[in-house]
Design a binder for this molecule. Structure first.
Ligand code: HMG
Ligand code: MG
Length: 302
């Protein structure tokens, strides 16, 4: 299949990126990060997560962040909502899209959201209905679609099954997530094909962590399979506190650099993302994980 002419990049750095940081990042820094990403031109930014602060303390400032970001009309600001408590908070915070997040692996579901896959889907019914009743977009995210840190292999049918359940809940978009970054291109195409049996391919997205350095190859393979929505994180920040050994999402700068080279439109300004990456890396006191971001910054410095 030929590659798409344009792709949507969902910037998940402010959520997936920062949630894994041990030291608390002040709300002002998160707000400036989101504002910089907004000015870079993303159509969708995952800005918040209304989960239990006991489980993920870093996300406890989500309300303040959502209240103070400079919203650009038309941009979708998303928030994670594991249950109705999270949904009510996201609604009050004026999220444009809520994300219900499940797993294709039973073991990970228990570790991450403290319930079985079936229990999680039952819990999402009310969230999905409330999202629709309030006119919010609904996205479903499926962790461990390519492998699980606790159970290892995850059958294709298990992924397809959860995609079908998320579809039946009314999801507008469904993320096929490689939580621990273990997939390789052919495997990626097989998983995407299994997901596409259950949901329209234009609504599927690839969420690749880059733990084994395979994320760009997996994105390319996904595009060959017809996927045109990808998640990435500025400066390659990220990881899930409940996925042992998982590192950050694929770096946004690297994805944008590849898309530019392929002549694929993203609507995002790479230079502004590089600046945003430098900003957050300086705050965190370490070099960013984006190869393209670091190369562009070094070239600028002469
Ligand atoms: P639980 O302990 O089973 O929930 O946790 P509970 O209903 O028994 O509530 C326990 C306490 O949490 C209560 O407080 C609730 O009020 C509170 P207490 O009475 O003890 O003081 N609580 C909440 N507080 C704020 N907001 C809420 C909320 N819900 C309950 N929404 C629960 C179940 C789902 C809440 C918990 O397991 C949790 O918060 N898990 C979140 C884990 C998480 O955020 N993981 C990272 C995000 S997912 C991810 O990164 C993967 C992704 O990137 C894709 C990929 O890469 O795979 C999306
Ligand atoms: Mg993730």
């Amino acid at each position: 299949m030929s590659l798409p002419k344009q792709v949507k990049i969902v910037e998940v750095g402010p959520r997936d990126g920062l949630q894994n940081e041990k030291e608390s990042v002040p709300a002002e820094v998160k707000i400036e990060l989101v504002d910089r990403l907004t000015s870079a031109g993303f159509a969708n930014i995952e800005a918040a997560s209304f989960v239990s602060p006991k489980w993920v303390p870093q996300m406890a400032t989500s309300k303040e962040v959502m209240a103070a970001i400079a919203r650009k009309p038309g941009v979708i600001y998303s928030a994670l909502t594991p249950n109705m408590q999270g949904f009510e908070a996201a609604l009050a915070a004026r999220a444009d899209e809520v994300v219900i997040f499940g797993s294709a692996s039973e073991a990970f579901s228990q570790r991450n959201i403290n319930c079985s896959i079936a229990e999680s889907i039952a819990r999402f019914v009310d969230v999905a209905k409330a999202a629709k009743d309030n006119g919010l977009r609904l996205r479903g995210s499926i962790s461990c679609s390519f492998g699980c840190p606790y159970q290892g292999e995850v059958p294709l049918d298990a992924v397809a099954d959860v995609v079908g359940r998320m579809r039946d809940l009314g999801c507008d978009e469904i993320d096929i997530a490689d939580t621990i970054g273990v997939s390789t291109p052919r495997k990626t195409q097989a998983v995407m094909a299994a997901a596409a049996r259950e949901f329209r391919i234009e609504g599927l997205s690839g969420h690749f962590h880059d733990t084994y350095g395979q994320a760009l190859a997996n994105i390319y393979a996904s595009m060959e399979a017809g996927i045109a929505i990808f998640h990435s994180s500025v400066s390659g920040l990220g990881g899930c506190p409940y996925a042992k050994g998982a590192t950050g999402n694929v770096a946004t700068e690297d994805v944008l650099y590849m898309m530019q080279g392929l002549g694929i439109e993203t609507g995002v300004d790479l230079d502004i993302v590089v600046d945003a990456g430098q900003f957050i890396s300086q705050f965190l006191g370490r070099k960013g994980a984006s190869r393209a971001g670091n190369a562009i910054a070094a070239k600028r410095a002469g």
